[in-house]
Write a protein that binds this ligand. Structure first.
Ligand code: SF4
Length: 200
């Protein structure tokens, strides 16, 4: 009789959930039917490399942020991390929406802009692609919740993943995943070294 212990069963469940979340992000509705969403599942030693990169980002950003170290510890507690990013591709320039939400007069003016690297991400980005990213993230998180896998969306993961070049996306968020008795991504202790920083 084959037996699967709880640790192995739960690890495999998290990996399966991560893959189904990636599928949910892929099949989530996209504005104008154009898909610029990218995903990647990280497990094993890639998680430690990601956590180290997050701590490096924390040092880069200095006193402006205070949660990267705590999020890095969460990545070390996770069994997998799903990255979801969006690459800002031109959106049907021949039939522009010209909505103006990006702050430019219309799509053609937006397309003429040179992409600029910010501290964490690259912009400008069409508002509809940001909506696509949000819908994809929501679909992925709902899938995790449907399968009772603990999760949380993290900006800090995305900035480190982008610095590592894990996805060719202009903006990335990460979702750590875990199956334990207590969701490690909420009610998190504040690190002593981070108590005095401004945005706890
Ligand atoms: S946000 Fe900008 S680029 Fe996107 S549809 Fe509106 S005007 Fe066009």
């Amino acid at each position: 009789m084959a037996r699967i212990g709880s640790a192995e069963a739960e690890m495999e469940a998290v990996k399966l959930a991560a893959q189904l979340m990636a599928a949910a992000a892929r099949t989530a509705p996209k504005a104008r039917g154009l898909d610029s969403i990218q995903t990647l599942v990280l497990t094993g030693e890639d998680l430690e490399a990601l956590a180290v990169a997050m701590e490096a980002r924390s040092a880069d950003k200095g006193s402006k942020v205070s949660f990267f170290g705590r999020d890095a510890d969460n990545v070390r507690q996770a069994s997998a991390v799903l990255l979801v990013g969006v690459r800002n591709d031109p959106r049907r320039a021949q039939r522009p929406l010209d909505c103006g939400a990006c702050g430019f007069e219309g799509c053609i003016e937006f397309f003429r802009q040179e992409k600029r690297e910010g501290e964490d991400f690259r912009g400008p980005i069409c508002a509809f692609q940001l909506i696509d990213l949000g819908v994809a993230l929501g679909s992925a998180a709902r899938t995790a919740a449907d399968m009772n896998i603990d999760n949380r969306m993290m900006y800090s993961i995305g900035t480190a993943a982008r610095k590592m070049g894990l996805l060719d996306s202009d903006l990335i968020l990460g979702i750590p995943l875990s199956a334990t008795g207590k969701n490690p991504f909420f009610d998190r202790p504040i690190k002593m070294a981070e108590r005095s920083k401004p945005d706890q």
